[in-house]
Write a protein that binds this ligand. Structure first.
Ligand code: ES4
Ligand code: ZN
Length: 337
Protein backbone atom coordinates (compact mmCIF):
# COMPACT_ATOMS: atom_id res chain seq x y z
CA UNK A 1 0.00 0.00 0.00
CA UNK A 2 0.96 3.62 -0.62
CA UNK A 3 1.78 4.57 2.98
CA UNK A 4 3.90 1.48 3.64
CA UNK A 5 7.18 3.25 2.85
CA UNK A 6 6.10 6.29 4.87
CA UNK A 7 5.32 4.02 7.84
CA UNK A 8 8.62 2.20 7.46
CA UNK A 9 10.50 5.53 7.53
CA UNK A 10 8.47 7.03 10.38
CA UNK A 11 10.70 7.08 13.50
CA UNK A 12 8.93 4.65 15.82
CA UNK A 13 9.02 4.03 19.57
CA UNK A 14 7.95 0.66 20.88
CA UNK A 15 6.51 0.57 24.42
CA UNK A 16 4.95 -2.84 24.62
CA UNK A 17 6.98 -5.86 23.67
CA UNK A 18 7.84 -8.85 25.87
CA UNK A 19 11.39 -10.06 25.17
CA UNK A 20 10.21 -13.62 25.88
CA UNK A 21 7.50 -12.99 23.28
CA UNK A 22 10.26 -12.57 20.68
CA UNK A 23 11.24 -16.22 21.05
CA UNK A 24 10.46 -17.72 17.64
CA UNK A 25 9.71 -21.44 17.14
CA UNK A 26 13.12 -21.68 15.39
CA UNK A 27 14.87 -20.26 18.45
CA UNK A 28 12.82 -22.47 20.81
CA UNK A 29 13.98 -25.64 19.03
CA UNK A 30 17.56 -24.31 18.73
CA UNK A 31 17.90 -23.38 22.40
CA UNK A 32 16.18 -26.59 23.57
CA UNK A 33 18.96 -28.45 21.74
CA UNK A 34 21.77 -26.15 22.90
CA UNK A 35 20.67 -26.33 26.55
CA UNK A 36 19.43 -29.92 26.69
CA UNK A 37 15.95 -28.76 27.72
CA UNK A 38 13.11 -31.17 26.96
CA UNK A 39 10.20 -29.57 25.12
CA UNK A 40 6.67 -30.88 25.79
CA UNK A 41 6.23 -34.43 24.42
CA UNK A 42 4.77 -34.25 20.88
CA UNK A 43 2.79 -37.40 21.73
CA UNK A 44 0.77 -35.40 24.27
CA UNK A 45 1.06 -32.01 22.58
CA UNK A 46 1.30 -32.45 18.79
CA UNK A 47 2.10 -28.74 18.37
CA UNK A 48 5.67 -29.62 19.36
CA UNK A 49 6.27 -32.05 16.46
CA UNK A 50 8.16 -29.43 14.44
CA UNK A 51 8.86 -25.73 13.94
CA UNK A 52 6.11 -25.72 11.32
CA UNK A 53 3.46 -27.35 13.52
CA UNK A 54 4.29 -25.03 16.41
CA UNK A 55 4.04 -21.99 14.11
CA UNK A 56 0.71 -23.30 12.78
CA UNK A 57 -0.64 -23.71 16.33
CA UNK A 58 0.00 -20.01 16.99
CA UNK A 59 -2.67 -19.24 14.38
CA UNK A 60 -5.31 -20.82 16.62
CA UNK A 61 -5.03 -19.27 20.07
CA UNK A 62 -8.45 -19.23 21.71
CA UNK A 63 -7.72 -16.75 24.53
CA UNK A 64 -5.00 -14.96 26.50
CA UNK A 65 -4.54 -17.98 28.79
CA UNK A 66 -4.32 -20.40 25.83
CA UNK A 67 -1.51 -18.23 24.42
CA UNK A 68 0.18 -17.89 27.82
CA UNK A 69 0.51 -21.68 28.18
CA UNK A 70 2.65 -21.74 25.00
CA UNK A 71 4.51 -18.57 25.98
CA UNK A 72 5.54 -20.00 29.37
CA UNK A 73 6.44 -23.43 27.89
CA UNK A 74 8.52 -21.77 25.16
CA UNK A 75 10.56 -19.60 27.49
CA UNK A 76 11.68 -22.68 29.49
CA UNK A 77 14.53 -23.06 26.97
CA UNK A 78 16.15 -19.88 28.36
CA UNK A 79 18.78 -20.98 30.90
CA UNK A 80 22.05 -19.07 30.52
CA UNK A 81 22.98 -15.41 30.42
CA UNK A 82 23.89 -15.76 26.75
CA UNK A 83 20.38 -17.06 25.88
CA UNK A 84 18.83 -13.87 27.25
CA UNK A 85 21.34 -11.70 25.39
CA UNK A 86 20.80 -13.56 22.09
CA UNK A 87 17.03 -13.22 22.44
CA UNK A 88 17.14 -9.48 23.16
CA UNK A 89 19.64 -8.91 20.36
CA UNK A 90 17.45 -10.77 17.85
CA UNK A 91 14.52 -8.50 18.78
CA UNK A 92 16.54 -5.27 18.58
CA UNK A 93 17.89 -6.13 15.13
CA UNK A 94 14.38 -6.72 13.85
CA UNK A 95 13.06 -3.57 15.54
CA UNK A 96 15.89 -1.53 14.01
CA UNK A 97 15.02 -2.88 10.55
CA UNK A 98 11.39 -1.85 11.18
CA UNK A 99 12.39 1.76 11.90
CA UNK A 100 12.28 1.64 15.71
CA UNK A 101 14.53 4.29 17.29
CA UNK A 102 13.54 3.73 20.92
CA UNK A 103 12.32 0.50 22.57
CA UNK A 104 10.94 -0.14 26.05
CA UNK A 105 10.92 -3.87 26.62
CA UNK A 106 9.30 -6.11 29.24
CA UNK A 107 10.68 -9.24 30.83
CA UNK A 108 9.24 -11.74 33.35
CA UNK A 109 11.90 -12.66 35.96
CA UNK A 110 9.53 -14.62 38.25
CA UNK A 111 8.88 -17.19 35.54
CA UNK A 112 12.60 -17.84 34.92
CA UNK A 113 13.33 -17.89 38.64
CA UNK A 114 10.64 -20.55 39.11
CA UNK A 115 12.83 -22.75 36.85
CA UNK A 116 15.94 -22.03 38.89
CA UNK A 117 17.50 -19.24 36.81
CA UNK A 118 18.99 -16.60 39.14
CA UNK A 119 17.76 -12.99 38.96
CA UNK A 120 21.30 -11.78 38.15
CA UNK A 121 21.58 -14.08 35.11
CA UNK A 122 18.30 -12.85 33.64
CA UNK A 123 18.99 -9.16 34.18
CA UNK A 124 22.65 -9.31 33.10
CA UNK A 125 21.71 -11.18 29.92
CA UNK A 126 18.93 -8.81 28.87
CA UNK A 127 20.91 -5.70 29.90
CA UNK A 128 23.80 -6.83 27.67
CA UNK A 129 21.38 -7.13 24.73
CA UNK A 130 20.23 -3.56 25.42
CA UNK A 131 23.80 -2.28 25.66
CA UNK A 132 24.67 -3.86 22.33
CA UNK A 133 21.56 -2.36 20.66
CA UNK A 134 22.46 1.11 21.94
CA UNK A 135 26.06 0.82 20.83
CA UNK A 136 25.71 -0.98 17.49
CA UNK A 137 22.28 0.16 16.30
CA UNK A 138 21.91 3.58 17.94
CA UNK A 139 18.64 2.55 19.56
CA UNK A 140 17.76 3.90 22.99
CA UNK A 141 16.35 1.19 25.24
CA UNK A 142 14.48 0.79 28.52
CA UNK A 143 14.09 -2.45 30.50
CA UNK A 144 10.77 -2.86 32.32
CA UNK A 145 10.53 -5.61 34.92
CA UNK A 146 7.09 -7.24 34.79
CA UNK A 147 5.34 -8.96 37.67
CA UNK A 148 3.10 -11.82 36.58
CA UNK A 149 -0.46 -12.26 37.80
CA UNK A 150 -0.59 -16.07 37.63
CA UNK A 151 2.12 -16.57 40.29
CA UNK A 152 1.99 -15.67 43.99
CA UNK A 153 2.27 -12.16 45.39
CA UNK A 154 5.09 -13.44 47.58
CA UNK A 155 7.16 -14.44 44.53
CA UNK A 156 6.58 -10.94 43.13
CA UNK A 157 7.71 -9.44 46.44
CA UNK A 158 10.86 -11.57 46.36
CA UNK A 159 11.86 -10.34 42.90
CA UNK A 160 11.00 -6.76 43.89
CA UNK A 161 13.33 -7.13 46.91
CA UNK A 162 16.17 -8.31 44.65
CA UNK A 163 15.53 -5.40 42.30
CA UNK A 164 15.67 -2.96 45.25
CA UNK A 165 18.78 -4.57 46.80
CA UNK A 166 20.67 -4.47 43.50
CA UNK A 167 19.71 -0.77 43.11
CA UNK A 168 18.81 -1.60 39.52
CA UNK A 169 16.58 1.46 39.18
CA UNK A 170 19.12 3.87 40.66
CA UNK A 171 21.88 2.34 38.50
CA UNK A 172 19.81 2.74 35.35
CA UNK A 173 19.70 -0.99 34.61
CA UNK A 174 15.91 -1.32 34.97
CA UNK A 175 13.86 1.77 34.26
CA UNK A 176 10.32 0.86 35.23
CA UNK A 177 7.94 -1.82 36.50
CA UNK A 178 4.87 -3.40 34.98
CA UNK A 179 2.49 -6.29 35.44
CA UNK A 180 1.14 -8.81 32.95
CA UNK A 181 -0.09 -12.40 32.39
CA UNK A 182 -3.60 -13.70 33.21
CA UNK A 183 -5.94 -10.76 33.59
CA UNK A 184 -9.37 -11.98 34.70
CA UNK A 185 -9.31 -13.99 37.93
CA UNK A 186 -6.57 -12.89 40.31
CA UNK A 187 -7.31 -9.84 42.54
CA UNK A 188 -7.14 -6.59 40.60
CA UNK A 189 -4.98 -4.99 43.29
CA UNK A 190 -2.61 -7.90 44.02
CA UNK A 191 0.48 -5.67 43.58
CA UNK A 192 -0.81 -2.81 45.73
CA UNK A 193 2.04 -2.90 48.26
CA UNK A 194 4.76 -3.28 45.64
CA UNK A 195 3.39 -0.41 43.56
CA UNK A 196 3.01 1.83 46.62
CA UNK A 197 6.64 1.20 47.53
CA UNK A 198 7.85 1.74 43.95
CA UNK A 199 5.78 4.91 43.52
CA UNK A 200 7.43 6.33 46.63
CA UNK A 201 10.83 5.80 44.99
CA UNK A 202 9.64 7.61 41.84
CA UNK A 203 9.86 4.50 39.66
CA UNK A 204 7.78 4.68 36.44
CA UNK A 205 4.89 2.19 36.57
CA UNK A 206 2.69 0.60 33.93
CA UNK A 207 0.18 -2.26 33.96
CA UNK A 208 -1.58 -4.62 31.54
CA UNK A 209 -5.30 -3.86 31.90
CA UNK A 210 -8.43 -3.75 29.79
CA UNK A 211 -7.22 -6.42 27.36
CA UNK A 212 -9.63 -9.25 28.28
CA UNK A 213 -10.79 -7.59 31.48
CA UNK A 214 -13.44 -4.89 31.78
CA UNK A 215 -12.63 -1.20 32.49
CA UNK A 216 -12.58 -1.74 36.27
CA UNK A 217 -9.19 -3.44 35.72
CA UNK A 218 -7.99 -0.16 34.19
CA UNK A 219 -9.29 2.02 37.03
CA UNK A 220 -7.75 -0.38 39.58
CA UNK A 221 -4.36 -0.12 37.83
CA UNK A 222 -4.58 3.69 37.84
CA UNK A 223 -5.55 3.68 41.50
CA UNK A 224 -2.42 1.64 42.27
CA UNK A 225 -0.23 4.21 40.51
CA UNK A 226 0.13 3.02 36.92
CA UNK A 227 1.05 5.98 34.70
CA UNK A 228 0.45 4.04 31.52
CA UNK A 229 -1.94 1.24 30.52
CA UNK A 230 -0.84 -1.70 28.39
CA UNK A 231 -3.61 -2.63 25.90
CA UNK A 232 -6.54 -0.76 27.50
CA UNK A 233 -8.80 -1.39 24.51
CA UNK A 234 -11.85 -2.02 26.72
CA UNK A 235 -11.59 1.59 27.94
CA UNK A 236 -14.24 2.49 25.34
CA UNK A 237 -16.81 0.69 27.52
CA UNK A 238 -16.51 3.39 30.19
CA UNK A 239 -16.94 6.87 28.65
CA UNK A 240 -16.23 8.70 31.93
CA UNK A 241 -12.99 6.81 32.49
CA UNK A 242 -12.07 7.42 28.87
CA UNK A 243 -12.50 11.18 29.40
CA UNK A 244 -10.24 10.99 32.44
CA UNK A 245 -7.56 9.03 30.55
CA UNK A 246 -7.65 11.62 27.74
CA UNK A 247 -7.58 14.55 30.20
CA UNK A 248 -4.64 13.13 32.16
CA UNK A 249 -2.71 12.20 29.01
CA UNK A 250 -2.33 8.58 30.08
CA UNK A 251 -0.77 6.56 27.25
CA UNK A 252 -2.34 3.28 26.11
CA UNK A 253 0.13 0.87 24.52
CA UNK A 254 -2.11 -0.79 21.95
CA UNK A 255 -1.19 -4.07 20.21
CA UNK A 256 -3.56 -4.68 17.27
CA UNK A 257 -2.29 -8.03 15.94
CA UNK A 258 -2.13 -9.36 19.51
CA UNK A 259 -5.78 -8.41 20.08
CA UNK A 260 -6.81 -10.26 16.92
CA UNK A 261 -4.77 -13.41 17.66
CA UNK A 262 -6.07 -13.60 21.24
CA UNK A 263 -9.68 -13.11 20.10
CA UNK A 264 -10.12 -9.87 22.01
CA UNK A 265 -11.47 -8.42 18.74
CA UNK A 266 -12.68 -10.14 15.54
CA UNK A 267 -10.28 -8.15 13.33
CA UNK A 268 -8.05 -5.04 13.38
CA UNK A 269 -10.90 -2.74 12.36
CA UNK A 270 -12.47 -3.48 15.79
CA UNK A 271 -9.45 -2.15 17.70
CA UNK A 272 -10.76 1.29 18.81
CA UNK A 273 -8.07 3.31 17.00
CA UNK A 274 -10.51 5.81 15.50
CA UNK A 275 -12.40 6.18 18.79
CA UNK A 276 -9.18 6.94 20.67
CA UNK A 277 -8.07 9.50 18.07
CA UNK A 278 -11.45 11.23 18.22
CA UNK A 279 -11.50 11.26 22.03
CA UNK A 280 -7.94 12.60 22.26
CA UNK A 281 -6.73 9.46 24.04
CA UNK A 282 -2.98 9.06 23.56
CA UNK A 283 -1.81 5.66 22.34
CA UNK A 284 1.15 3.95 20.72
CA UNK A 285 1.08 0.94 18.39
CA UNK A 286 3.14 -2.07 19.40
CA UNK A 287 3.87 -5.74 18.73
CA UNK A 288 3.45 -7.37 22.21
CA UNK A 289 4.71 -10.90 21.43
CA UNK A 290 5.80 -10.69 17.79
CA UNK A 291 7.06 -14.28 17.54
CA UNK A 292 3.60 -15.53 18.54
CA UNK A 293 1.26 -13.03 16.89
CA UNK A 294 2.43 -13.03 13.28
CA UNK A 295 4.14 -9.66 13.08
CA UNK A 296 6.57 -7.10 14.43
CA UNK A 297 5.85 -3.40 14.94
CA UNK A 298 5.79 -2.37 11.27
CA UNK A 299 3.29 -5.16 10.54
CA UNK A 300 1.10 -3.68 13.28
CA UNK A 301 1.41 -0.16 11.82
CA UNK A 302 0.54 -1.49 8.35
CA UNK A 303 -2.41 -3.51 9.65
CA UNK A 304 -3.79 -0.35 11.30
CA UNK A 305 -3.32 1.56 8.05
CA UNK A 306 -5.16 -1.09 6.03
CA UNK A 307 -8.05 -1.11 8.49
CA UNK A 308 -8.37 2.65 9.14
CA UNK A 309 -6.71 4.48 6.22
CA UNK A 310 -5.30 7.15 8.52
CA UNK A 311 -3.86 10.29 6.96
CA UNK A 312 -0.31 11.57 7.39
CA UNK A 313 -1.43 14.09 10.02
CA UNK A 314 -3.03 11.34 12.12
CA UNK A 315 0.13 9.25 11.86
CA UNK A 316 2.19 12.26 12.97
CA UNK A 317 0.00 12.60 16.08
CA UNK A 318 0.51 8.91 16.89
CA UNK A 319 4.28 9.12 16.31
CA UNK A 320 4.63 12.33 18.32
CA UNK A 321 2.64 10.96 21.28
CA UNK A 322 4.83 7.85 21.18
CA UNK A 323 7.93 10.00 21.58
CA UNK A 324 6.43 12.35 24.19
CA UNK A 325 5.20 9.51 26.41
CA UNK A 326 8.42 7.50 26.25
CA UNK A 327 10.31 7.15 29.52
CA UNK A 328 13.33 9.12 28.31
CA UNK A 329 14.88 12.52 29.06
CA UNK A 330 13.73 15.56 27.05
CA UNK A 331 17.06 15.71 25.21
CA UNK A 332 16.45 12.26 23.74
CA UNK A 333 12.83 13.17 22.91
CA UNK A 334 14.11 16.19 20.97
CA UNK A 335 16.34 13.90 18.90
CA UNK A 336 13.44 11.60 18.11
CA UNK A 337 10.95 14.29 17.10
C1 ES4 B 1 1.00 -10.94 27.28
CL1 ES4 B 1 -0.67 -10.38 25.23
C2 ES4 B 1 -0.26 -10.48 26.90
N1 ES4 B 1 -1.16 -10.17 27.82
C3 ES4 B 1 -0.86 -10.29 29.11
N2 ES4 B 1 0.34 -10.72 29.53
C4 ES4 B 1 1.26 -11.04 28.61
N3 ES4 B 1 2.52 -11.49 28.75
C5 ES4 B 1 3.02 -11.67 27.54
N4 ES4 B 1 2.12 -11.35 26.61
ZN1 ZN C 1 1.76 -7.54 26.68
Amino acid sequence: HSLHEFLQGLPKCEHHVHLEGCLTPELIFQLAERNGVALPDPATNPAYVSIESLTARYDRFTSLDDFLSFYFEGMAVLRNERDFTDLAWSYFQKAHADGVHHAEVFFDPQVHQSRGVPYETIVAGFAEGCRRAEQELGLSTRLILCFVRHLSVSSAKQVYEEFVQHKHFELGVIHGLGWSSTEVGPPKDMFREIYASAAEKGIPLTAHAGEEGDPTYISAALELGAQRIDHGIRLIEDPELMKRVAREGILLTVCPLSNVRLKCVPDVSHVPIRRFLEAGVKFSINSDDPAYFGGYILDNYCAVQEAFELNVMEWRIIAENSVQESWIPNERKAQLL
